[in-house]
Design a protein around this ligand. Structure first.
Ligand SMILES: [Zn+2]
Ligand SMILES: [Zn+2]
Length: 577
């Protein structure tokens, strides 16, 4: 599947156009097309073969042409053309917080700065402050931005790594000499960002397994080839390390390479106390070096008198102690989810119809769905007026009846800068479900932002606080907010916290989910915030966050059967002031 690659290409074009100072709409069009393609569930090659490229929303004739050329030749003459005017390296430079396209171009033209290294040197020589329109303050900002980006770029977002890993696993599974294959490391623990992408194979023919790996069509470059470990760089610029072990050691290796390090150190201590040695080959009795376990993970844990521990919990956050006591949580699973309570449609900025979203929900085995489009005040294209919402209500009822499928008529309200919502309370009470979140004025002080959200929650009309901290992983830090205070007021006002499944949000994050449950007794809702039918598939990311937050089905409102969910929603209303 070349979707990530094509998205990368279009993003590059968009960034170069922006640097060049091209028409804003053109810049956005390329970025938007990239975003759509990144989220496509079908391989773009298939759409190309069927002549359906321009049916992708956001992909017009001219962009389709560029995709076509790239898929046919592996290159883009348009990108090469642009690259002659503006070096591609400036794209990275421009992304440093505090730089942006104008300053990047200035740095390049005035100081010859092309790379992050160049920038670092220019900064330490205090050359940046003397550029036109810049000064010591901007220099300081850029320096801070550079530090941030260095911190970020070392880790890969889960949403980027998981699809690639899943595809590689599928590819390797087809070979008869591959007995088992799993992604391990932080990916298997479903951390929000991944350090190294590690994949493990069980095989009795290492050579063949390695050859199959390095010949994977997505491989751009083989960085290292060995009989037990090889590394490649994919066309989507990810490094993947593959290890091959014998089937009799697979469980031990999988356990070892899944980590976390802290979890494994504790396990090794337990092993030693029992007179065992634990490593990537198995569990061995120290006195005679006899192997006791190793083929499966269950066997490895059992040798240490522990039940198998789900990878998402392996962070040494108390899971080993709980496992000893037989008190591990029964973590929520994707199959427990009975509906999505925050999706958009083409009535506001989504791309699918109400019918389309319902079809998608049914296909995923859901029992209900909540349509929560934006209101007009948000300023997104097509935000709805109260009149439009009333019209939508009728449409929703009609579809619900026709499809014999419960749909909640809701909205995603905007928490305005002063904590008011974008409709008066009497109107918001008309909706069956109110999701609300912060979508603007992110840069308030900690006190102001906290007060703003507290004020909104205290209105009593909000069922679910969407994406509670506003972060975009690797792009925007969470806004300054006192999370504990929000959780406390959520408890008082009986508001559920959203776990937004969009891989760039994953908000609330795992640690805060656990806190919300254990310290505040809150309920959570795992939503996709899908703007298209396909994006309903993002639910698995939110479920992963919930699992890392130790949540059980009972903690998650959208595992409730329809009737019980309705009762919760109404109960919230009755407790309103
Ligand atoms: Zn939102
Ligand atoms: Zn939304």
């Amino acid at each position: 599947m070349k979707n990530q690659e094509v998205a990368l290409l279009l993003n590059k074009i968009s960034a170069l156009l922006e640097l060049k100072g091209e028409n804003r709409f053109k810049v956005i069009a390329y970025a938007e097309a990239a975003r759509r393609i990144e989220n496509l569930p079908t391989p773009i090659e298939n759409l190309y073969r069927e002549g359906k490229l321009s049916e992708i929303p956001g992909v017009g004739q001219s962009i389709a042409e560029k995709i076509k050329e790239y898929l046919e030749t592996g290159k883009s003459s348009y990108l090469e053309e642009l690259g002659k005017e503006i070096p591609e390296e400036l794209i990275e430079l421009e992304q440093v917080p505090g730089v942006g396209p104008k300053v990047a171009l200035l740095l390049y033209k005035e100081l010859g700065v092309r790379t992050l290294d160049d920038l670092e040197k220019a900064l330490s020589a205090h050359k940046v402050r003397n550029l036109p329109r810049l000064g010591p303050k901007s220099e300081e900002n850029i320096l801070r931005g550079l530090e941030t980006i260095k911190r970020r770029s070392s880790r890969i977002p889960l949403g980027l790594a998981l699809p690639v890993a899943e595809e590689l696993v599928l590819y390797l599974k087809q070979f008869p000499f591959v007995e088992r294959v799993d992604a391990c490391g932080s990916l298997r623990r479903m951390k929000e960002t991944i350090g190294d992408l590690d994949v493990l194979v069980a095989s009795n023919d290492e050579e063949k397994a390695m050859q199959a790996f390095t010949r994977w069509p997505e491989v751009q470059e083989v960085l290292a080839f060995g009989s037990t470990k090889s590394s490649v760089l994919t066309k989507s610029a990810l490094q993947i390390d593959l290890r091959v072990v014998r089937p009799e050691s697979y469980g031990a290796a999988l356990q070892y390479f899944t980590g976390s390090q802290a979890h494994n150190i504790k396990l090794r201590e337990i092993a030693i106390r029992k007179g065992f040695k634990l490593n990537e080959y198995g569990v061995f009795r120290i006195e005679d070096d006899k192997k006791i376990a190793g083929a499966t993970e269950e066997e490895v844990y059992a040798a240490l008198d522990l039940p198998w521990i789900p990878p998402e919990l392996r962070e040494d956050q108390g899971e080993i102690e709980k496992a000893k006591l037989g008190e591990l949580p029964h973590l929520v699973e994707l199959k427990d989810i009975k509906g999505d309570l925050h999706v958009h449609t083409d009535w506001s900025d989504g791309t699918s119809t109400i019918e389309g979203m319902v079809r998608g929900a049914k296909k995923r085995g859901y029992e209900y769905l909540a349509i929560c489009d934006h209101a007009q005040s948000l300023g997104v294209a097509g935000g709805l007026t109260w009149e439009k919402f009333q019209e939508q209500k009728l449409k929703i009822e009609e579809v619900s009846q026709k499809e014999n499928f419960p749909i909640l008529w809701g909205l995603e309200a905007n928490i305005l800068a002063d904590g008011d919502l974008d409709f008066p309370e009497e109107i918001l009470r008309e909706f069956q479900i109110v999701v609300a979140g912060v979508h603007s004025a992110f840069r308030q002080t900690r006190g102001k932002m906290t007060e703003r959200i507290v004020h909104a929650l205290k209105s009593g009309v909000i069922h679910i606080l969407s994406h509670p901290t506003g972060r975009l992983i690797g792009k925007r830090d969470p806004y300054e907010v006192e999370v504990e205070k929000i959780l406390e007021v959520a408890r008082e006002s009986n508001t559920a916290m959203e776990i937004n499944s969009s891989p760039e949000r994953l908000d609330l994050k795992d640690r805060d989910c656990r806190k919300a449950k254990e310290e505040y007794g809150l309920k959570m809702v795992i939503n996709t915030d899908a703007h298209s039918e396909e994006n309903l598939d993002l639910m698995k990311y939110g479920v992963a966050v919930a699992r890392r937050g130790w949540l059980e089905p009972g903690d998650v409102l959208n595992t409730y059967p329809w009737k019980q969910l309705l009762e919760w929603l109404k109960g919230k209303r009755e407790r309103m002031p």
